[in-house]
Design a protein around this ligand. Sequence first.
Ligand SMILES: *Cc1c(COP(=O)(O)O)cnc(C)c1O
Length: 327
Amino acid sequence: MTAMVILPDIEEARRRIAGHVLRTPLLRSQALSLQSDAPVFLKLENHQTTGSFKLRGATNAILCLSEEERSRGLVTASTGNHGRAVAHAGKALGARATICLSALVPANKVEAIRSLGADVRIVGRSQDDAMREVKRLVSEEGMSFVPPFDDARVIAGQGTIGLEIADDPWDVALVLVPLSGGGLASGVAAAIKGRRPKARVIGISMELGAAMAASLAAGAPVEVDEIETLADSLGGGIGLDNRLTFAMCRDLLDDVILLTEDELATGVRHAATVEGETVEGAGAVGIAALLAGKVKPEGPTAIVVSGGNIDPAVHRKIVDDIKTGVA
Ligand SMILES: *Cc1c(COP(=O)(O)O)cnc(C)c1O
């Protein structure tokens, strides 16, 4: 029997994190509805505190720790949205957060994490070096690791997005969700399948270095080369020792779609110029898939717009339709 996060876990997570994270807006897109001939709604996690949905899972995981575990401090190794979420939630919940970074991380990102009150440790020259330091701090100093995706508490937290979508009275037929390590897709799919069993859930990644898509195709977790992409928040592996998200994505997702860099840029540009939303590459994949004609809605459709933390200079170039040089 495969371990799974199920609807009651997600409902419990929702009660636990209420008051700590925002219930983000679900807005109808006139342009995408017209083009798809079906009502299309955007679930705007770019408006979530810290600029991405990652705060939901991080907050749920930290609230599940005992007082004693929290007092020993939190630790993780992400430079991106998860690191920012752990730093923010740690500060909000009164737990010391240590974020391990390699020396290659740009100074502005280091400063952003430090400004949230986190203790930043610069170690080695790669993400692997930073993870080794996390493991050392867990084993030698007893700190509590807050994993980025392959964790039942994190998956349940991300799944609260699916509950918020399913709560709305229209009968959602299709949910489009960004896919990387699969914490978001697993949680959202578990919530949607629990509440709206007939709805389809499709995961979307970039063509360049999509570890979950490659693993699902291979029938087991595999490693892929990490390649620079506009969807930078979707990079990275799923772990060869993956415990939960591989099986949940295999069992719950109806399909996985891959997008080119041009299609991603078109999604980011549409979000800015038509919807008036600043969305990062990873957050724009659902919009991009619709615009590229790679998914055909057959009823009310919800797109999870997962985050908005894009470099302003890169964003400006995309909006002005100048080649970015990213990938
Ligand atoms: C982390 C992240 C994702 C992917 O989430 P997983 O749980 O790793 O699949 C998608 N979009 C944004 C903006 C993210 O930060």
